[in-house]
Ligand binder design. Sequence first.
Ligand code: CA
Length: 223
Amino acid sequence: MRILVVEDEPKAGDYLRKGLTESGFVVDLARTGTDGLQLATADAYDLIVLDVMLPGMDGWQVVQELRKTQETPVLFLTARDDVQDRIKGLELGADDYLVKPFAFAELVARIRTLLRRGPIRESERLEIADMEIDVLKRRVTRGGERIDLTPKEFALLHLLAKRQGEVLSRSLIASQVWDMNFDSDTNVVDVAVRRLRAKVDEAYPRKLIHTLRGMGYVLEARE
Ligand code: CA
């Protein structure tokens, strides 16, 4: 498996290259966004580990350019633990995130998960039963009727829809949508799901968001 690491900090880049090589990957390292993009488009990588804060062309620009031609999975490394960054990155086509500093084992685990999943391009349009989600325009409709959501509600719905049919735990939702990593605050998730349901499910006979007691939530069109 070939991995491209794009990281401008010399120490961090060397550390990533060494660690990933020792984990059995074939690793190329680019120190700038421009070099990274060039390598990524010229060569076939199974995955790209991409730092967001890069001089010149940043990680966002790289992924935006890359997605015009390539569907290689991209794992973003962000220095800031910022939800807006996360949403922006996902919209541009990143597949996963890791906030610095991270445990190396966590990085390898995420890489293996992404490689197993294969290249899944972040879809710009999602359809579940009569629901349509236009990710770029952040527009949601059911049966052609427009539904207005707050940014957080949209992020939550987008996450559920992207992974439709998959049961998402409260802590996973909390970490993806609110950037919270503690189980104690996952009540926030229940409240948000309730609000989201009131908007996207209540008025419609076919319910799309389902609760799995003790496990979490799943969005799917059940017969
Ligand atoms: Ca950097």
